[in-house]
Design a binder for this molecule. Sequence first.
Ligand SMILES: Cc1cc2nc3c(=O)[nH]c(=O)nc-3n(C[C@H](O)[C@H](O)[C@H](O)COP(=O)(O)OP(=O)(O)OC[C@H]3O[C@@H](n4cnc5c(N)ncnc54)[C@H](O)[C@@H]3O)c2cc1C
Length: 265
Amino acid sequence: MAKVTLLSYTPEPEKTVAAAAKLCYSPAAINSLTEGLTGEESGKFVRRLAAMGHESPIEHASFTFAVEGASRSLLAQITRHRIASFSVQSQRYVAETGFEYIIPPEIEKIPQAREEFIKAMREAQDSYNRLAEILKNARFAALLEEKGLEEAGLDEKKRARLLSQAEKSAIEDARFVLPNACETKMLVTMNARSLLNFFRHRCCLRAQWEIRGLANQMLCLVSGIAPNIFAKAGPPCLYAPCPEGGMSCGKAEDVRRFYKKIPSS
Ligand SMILES: Cc1cc2nc3c(=O)[nH]c(=O)nc-3n(C[C@H](O)[C@H](O)[C@H](O)COP(=O)(O)OP(=O)(O)OC[C@H]3O[C@@H](n4cnc5c(N)ncnc54)[C@H](O)[C@@H]3O)c2cc1C
């Protein structure tokens, strides 16, 4: 399961959102915007905005998460969320000699499946290492030729620099054999409005297990910080009939019970 840490967030997120709301609906001067915005008062503003469906003021509150132990498969899904910022450990610059991988729980629990999976990971690793070596040697030779140099005539420093250049170019292509299971790390920043949309999509039981697990952890973290903003966060079936029609999981009651367990929701 991916592990997520809340690295940083807008200080006093609900007060910031409430100030934005106050600006919209009152003649308050800028220097008096935060006057009287106690936690309780800010909470009232935030809840009023939610009831009206006026979501843009909550964009002023942002949250930055550090995610580790996630698969490249999760990466492909989370980066579909365009209203977000991502920094991802690069397979172009970081060699995957000895990559970690995520084993899906359904594979983990069947010994034969687990064995097959681990075999595939080892094979991928071996292919990657072999390819990286072949490509590095070829690139090194090409660099020597381009620069009109002889390997024997290189001092240690120059040789190390050329090898490092060759390796970077090699791993750029060798990574094509790496699996979706490959572990990655990333920083993700989303504003509260985008997070609500993320939770609507990814806390749903129809979302894939890994990103759903991540979304639930993120929801726990932000609910503790901004309970009013995220009071109704989660899949759409929490407060209305499931919109998935024929694709519905049919487990809305279980889902509602589950989300009652999340602190502050
Ligand atoms: C269960 C599930 C199954 C999925 N299956 C697939 C699949 O099979 N194939 C696939 O490709 N994707 C799939 N997705 C991904 C999905 O289609 C979305 O790309 C993803 O959930 C991001 O959602 P989003 O666009 O709302 O988020 P964001 O990109 O963060 O956008 C947030 C909101 O901004 C608005 N917005 C953003 N960009 C635009 C734009 N260009 N034009 C108009 N409005 C915009 C929309 O209102 C959008 O909801 C799946 C997602 C889920 C949860």
